[in-house]
Design a protein around this ligand. Structure first.
Ligand code: P71
Length: 886
């Protein structure tokens, strides 16, 4: 079975991809020491400290810091988390783990004493302070390489003046200990009257290894193992920026009141007060929530599976590395056997030059030979990690071409190094991945099959009536379901709200004028509001409105205005097996015939939809737009686009029309819009917002004034159309983002990927795959069902039961009954739509969807139909309820 994230993406942060020339320039600016680059100068920044994606609940904690100096509520939350998750009674907050070390040093290490430890990384701190730091790691142990050599420890306990035994969970990022070893160490220390102090910043990774590899631990949840580790230590400390996924902060916990008292008395000297310890209130809240979430079994397994996959791919390709708890630690000296100096920083510089990936060693210069390539928790997709591994493999293949960095100045610490370099001539490497990192996630439901059967039965076999909380992968619609970017959020939060003119409105108008080339910009609260106004001002009763297939709300408003919709899409659009690339095109013959018959005066306008939704997300060609417009202009009929999915359509033109291969999507959009006189848009799709819409006219002031008149009555002011000012800000930014070539290519190609997976599995879908959705052909999927047994409705329900994926029926139920005959319409297309939200799901989710649908397909013969249990008169697909036919 395909493993996928137990969450979906809530907010994305755009990545930057500097060109080779920019990378060369930046490298020389930082004297070839990539430590000094910034994340926006890198493609991927492979560091796991404080770079993790949070859950939306954790992030929301950031907004409820009470920032009290003493006795803050956030501290109380932290206490509850510590007691509940770690099991220790007392907690002392610190600014980060160095704050913990400082307090422990001040209170527990008498001058001249030593701290035997299984880790080397704290030598940076202890050695300058004059603390002895003997290594007691068991070098012979193979699996639990962080175990303590008990004989050696005993020797030291007897011989030296030991302060306490200092352990690290997953020592130095590479060496986990076992529970058994930990317990023995504790007993041994106790016999010598010494305490055990443990740094558990990576306790989760260590606990996972125990669950995986230690005898008798396989069936215990990570949470239980974590608690046992903590309770086996006397003092436990954590860096908030590691497993608790905060951006900073630290905690020092214990069950010994006397030790805690000493911490409290010292914390005021170095850190702050015992109820905030050098952390902002909000940081305590984020840390507390992160602690409470960090043992989530599904999340732990997902994070660790990413690490295993990443290191596995590198190891298989022969890249020399050591296991890291959070990534691969490259053995730089073996990577570049021909180089005798500065191998680590040479690796970092060469990897950045090749790919823009930043991975760097830190701390003391001569600590080891490794470069950690760490995976920020939850922030990257497997697709991205595979590509990053490929970059390293690609460099490894060209390692002979690389000369070592020459030192200009040598320091003690990594950040002090500066070099000279001769650029190697490397074969180019380019990323074609999801162009974002994950900023926030939202956990999704994982129900048992039995629970899903109950849920769909209670929903009357109608996916519209399912609770979102019961859905694992929600492919009901791409409308309003996008993940916003951090840039959109920043503007949203920074807005100065107004009920009249606003900066955001001006910005939106400017962005749209530039993007569309249209003069008159009228925001609406969503698409159907724009359709309503457009129809009211442009249609006279009894007029025809030809269009390329209909959309429900569009057609409804045309009819409410007294118009008669008529479908003039090409015939191929109705054939689910046709491979015609422009199935969204208008059949000019049909259009001319209509106008010849009825006369130009009886046609209101041509309603021209981009990337036609009901046809399967099928694009319109540039030539077709040009031809339709040329003809309509000659007969004096306006052309109005439904530009809801204009960027997706533009990408298809870039991809399929060789004349536009090198043209940016932004320029293609601008040309497309030239061949029309105005447009309506549901901004909830391509505009990358959760609410919003648009009505726009190219240059006809009179139409715009009439539209604004209705806007004031039905929607809101002319400067907001009924939207919050903050939503205008998010929309303006979303419109810029939709035309980013990397984004839109990834977006449409993800849909194509799902289509390919399904066709490879022989599942019948509408071909070619569209831009926003894959449509399953229920007539071919369940050929043994009559259309009045609602095969698409049943198939959507069955897919939910099998996989937790929610799809939408688009067939006999949606089309309704013919009011004259009372019979179901039995439309040609009996489809189930798998609609892909933007920036929300990864390709692993897509693979899981395909696999699940295939399982349903394999047992299709046993699937029976449905009958109505309750049938509303209007739009019955929303509220209708069904029963299984026996
Ligand atoms: C979709 C939707 C949302 C929807 C609407 C009605 C029933 C079920 C689902 C909405 C569109 C659209 C096009 C091409 C106008 C609208 C209405 N699509 N034009 O596909 O696809 O816009 O929802 O913002 O009012 O799930 P609105």
């Amino acid at each position: 079975m395909v493993v996928h994230e137990p969450h979906k993406i809530k907010t994305v942060r755009p990545l930057s991809f500097p060109t080779l020339e920019e990378r060369k320039k930046l490298l020389s600016q930082v004297r070839f020491n990539v430590w000094h680059l910034t994340p926006t100068q890198a493609s991927f920044d492979m560091c796991s400290l404080g770079t993790n994606a949070m859950s939306q609940e954790q992030l929301s904690g950031q907004l409820i810091g009470d920032e009290a100096y003493a006795g803050s509520r956030n501290f109380e939350t932290l206490e509850v988390s510590v007691r509940g998750v770690l099991g220790h009674e007392y907690v002392c907050p610190t600014h980060n783990v160095l704050g913990c070390v400082k307090l422990v040093t001040a209170t527990m290490i008498p001058a001249g004493s030593a701290v035997p430890s299984n880790a080397r990384s704290r030598a940076d701190v202890f050695v300058p302070l004059g603390v002895g730091y003997p290594d007691v790691r068991d070098a012979k142990e193979q699996v639990f390489t962080g175990n303590v050599d008990l004989e050696r420890l005993e020797e030291i306990l007897k011989g030296q003046n030991v302060a306490f035994v200092g352990l690290q969970a997953f020592a130095d990022g590479q060496h986990p200990f076992s529970l058994k070893n930990l317990r023995t160490v504790r007993a041994l220390a106790e016999r010598h009257g010494k305490k055990v102090v443990c740094d558990g910043s990576r306790i989760i990774e260590n606990a996972w290894h125990i669950q995986r590899h230690e005898q008798g631990q396989a069936d215990r949840p990570v949470a239980e193992i974590v608690r046992q580790i903590v309770k086996t230590t006397d003092v436990f400390q954590m860096d908030g920026a590691q497993d608790p996924k905060s951006n900073t902060g630290g905690i020092l916990t214990t069950d010994h009141p006397d030790i805690h008292e000493k911490f409290m008395n010292e914390v005021v000297v170095y850190e702050g007060l015992h109820t905030y310890g050098g952390m902002a209130g909000r940081t305590m809240e984020v840390l507390a929530r992160g602690l409470a979430e960090m043992c989530d079994e599904a999340e732990v397994h997902w994070v660790m599976s990413q690490t295993e996959r990443f290191t596995g791919r590198l190891r298989e390709a022969g890249v020399p590395l050591e296991r890291g708890c959070d990534g691969a630690y490259i053995r730089a000296d073996e990577f570049f056997p021909q180089i005798d100096k500065n191998q680590q920083d040479t690796f970092s510089a060469a990897l950045y030059l090749l790919s823009g990936v930043r991975a760097t060693a830190s701390g003391l210069v001569n600590r080891n030979r490794l470069v950690p390539v760490q995976i920020p928790r939850l922030a990257l997709t497997n697709e991205q990690l595979d590509a990053i591994a490929d970059a390293i493999i690609c460099l490894h293949g060209q390692r002979d071409a690389v000369q070592g960095l020459r030192s200009l100045s040598e320091g003690k610490w990594r950040d002090q190094q500066a070099y000279n370099w001769v650029f190697p001539d490397l074969a180019p490497f380019a990323f074609e991945t999801f162009p974002y990192e994950i900023h926030t996630i939202e956990r999704v439901a994982v129900l048992t099959r039995g629970q899903r059967e109950k849920a769909i039965r209670e929903a009357g076999y109608n996916t519209f009536l399912l609770r979102s909380a019961d859905v694992t992968i929600d492919l009901l619609t791409d409308s309003g379901t996008s993940a916003m970017s951090t840039d959109q959020w920043a503007l949203y939060d920074g807005v100065r709200a107004s009920a009249s003119g606003s900066d955001e409105h001006h910005r939106l108008v400017a962005v749209l004028r530039d993007m569309l080339g249209y003069e008159h910009i009228i925001p609406t609260h969503q698409g159907r509001a724009a359709e309503h106004i457009m129809s009211q001002i442009m249609i006279k009763k009894g007029q025809w409105v030809p269009g390329n297939m209909y959309f429900t709300t569009t057609k409804l408003h045309q009819e409410l205005a007294g118009g008669i919709f008529i479908d003039v899409i090409v015939d191929e659009a109705h054939d689910t097996r046709s491979d015609f690339p422009w199935k969204g095109n208008i059949d000019l013959g049909k259009l001319k015939k209509l106008i010849d018959e009825k006369g130009a005066g009886s046609v209101a306008y041509v309603s021209f939809e981009h990337s036609v939704n009901m046809a399967g997300g099928q694009p319109v060609s540039m030539d077709n737009m040009k031809d339709v417009y040329t003809y309509c202009r000659s007969v004096g009929i306006p052309v109005f686009f439904d530009a809801t999915r204009l960027a997706e359509n533009a990408y298809m033109i870039q991809k399929k029309d060789p004349r536009y291969r090198g043209v940016t999507v932004r320029d293609i959009i601008r040309e497309m819009m030239l061949y029309g006189d105005g447009c309506t848009v549901s901004g909830k799709k391509d505009f990358l917002i959760n609410i919003g819409g648009l009505l726009a006219f190219r240059d006809n002031r009179q139409w715009a004034e009439e539209a604004e008149e209705l806007l004031r009555i039905y929607e809101g002011s002319i400067s907001d159309g009924g939207l919050a000012t903050a939503d205008l800000a998010a929309m303006a930014r979303g419109i810029e983002e939709m035309a980013d070539d990397r984004y839109i290519r990834w977006r449409v190609e993800q849909t194509q990927y799902l289509g390919r997976l399904l066709t490879d599995l022989d599942v019948p879908i509408v071909t070619p795959p569209g831009t926003h959705a894959i449509f399953l052909d229920a007539k071919r999927f369940l050929p043994h069902l009559d259309q009045d047994e609602f095969p698409a409705q049943r198939l959507a329900a069955e897919i939910f039961v099998e996989t937790g994926v929610r799809a939408m029926e688009r067939g006999n139920v949606s089309k309704g009954r013919n009011p004259e005959t009372g019979e179901n319409y039995r439309p040609a297309l009996e489809l189930v739509r798998l609609t892909i939200p933007r920036r929300v799901y990864t390709n692993d989710h897509m693979a899981a969807v395909a696999e699940g649908v295939k399982r349903v397909y394999d047992r299709r013969k046993e699937i029976k139909g449905l009958k109505f249990a309750y049938e509303p008169a209007k739009l019955r697909f929303f509220q209708g309820r069904f029963e299984l036919l026996q």
